[in-house]
Design a protein around this ligand. Structure first.
Ligand code: PGA
Length: 241
């Protein structure tokens, strides 16, 4: 595990964007595993800036997102599909046919999860997986207690995640109760994993996840076992490290 300390959120985002752009430059047709949430927004802004300056080209890149709410139409403003288009895809030259997210409108969970796992295999697996971490240690929507060996699956969101995500909805009653998520097995199979974290409210979970025991109760803790795992945090999130 490699830890990169940043003083500020902006610096954290720039360092993570540097690692992602190195991946794209070294392998223009790479597969990027992408994440939603507030933490990666600055990374996407930085990548867009470098793309506009002519320093990055996404025309051969394939993206595969971690997760999506079940039951929201793709164009629902709260869907992760909308988030990714607004924050990143619509501002760079990624080809639409190279963009992949779980289809939250397919309510046949078995069929959708199998489709996504087969897709990941077909595109050759993930070269670099970007992750945030939830206050309860979740990665993607792999909540505490998730089995480490799962591929893509449908999860019931915990009350802590529903509460944390309610800020994006007009009230918590509107937050979907289920989501499709890549499983921890798939995340662990990525060649490189990059986890970004900021803010003092995450300091405690960073300590538990990366300096405590590896346990399904803290899903991100499994990343301690990944052969190429980088954690980039700002000073507040790394306060106890
Ligand atoms: P956040 O979410 O970046 O909005 O804090 C992280 C996560 O839940 O994975």
């Amino acid at each position: 595990m490699k830890i990169i300390r940043s003083e500020t959120y902006k610096d954290m985002a720039r360092k993570a964007a540097n690692i992602i752009s190195a991946q794209v430059i070294m392998k223009p047709n790479c597969v990027l595993g992408l994440a939603t949430g507030s933490t990666p927004i600055g990374i996407y802004e930085q990548l867009i800036d470098w793309y506009r300056k002519g320093d990055l080209d996404f025309s051969e890149v394939t993206t595969i997102n971690l997760d999506e709410y079940c039951g929201l139409a793709r164009n629902n403003p709260q869907s992760y599909c909308s988030f990714m288009h607004n924050q990143f895809f619509d501002s760079v030259n990624i080809r639409p046919e190279h963009i992949h997210l779980p289809d939250g409108t397919n309510l046949n969970a078995k069929e959708e999860c199998e489709r996504y796992d087969q897709l990941i295999a077909k595109i050759g697996g993930v070269d670099l997986q970007l992750l945030g971490i939830g206050l309860d240690g979740h990665i993607g929507f792999n909540e505490p207690g998730s089995a480490f060996e799962l591929g893509t699956h449908c999860v019931e969101l915990t009350s802590s995640t529903i509460e944390a995500n309610a800020r994006f909805f007009s009230d918590s009653g509107e937050v979907p109760r289920k989501a499709y998520t890549m499983g921890i097995r798939t995340i662990m199979q990525a060649h490189k994993v990059l986890l970004v974290v900021n803010g003092k409210n995450k300091a405690e979970i960073v300590k538990r996840a990366f300096f405590g025991s590896v346990t399904p109760q803290v899903p991100a803790s499994i990343l301690q076992m990944h052969p190429d795992f980088t954690l980039i945090g700002d000073a507040e999130a790394l306060a106890y490290v």
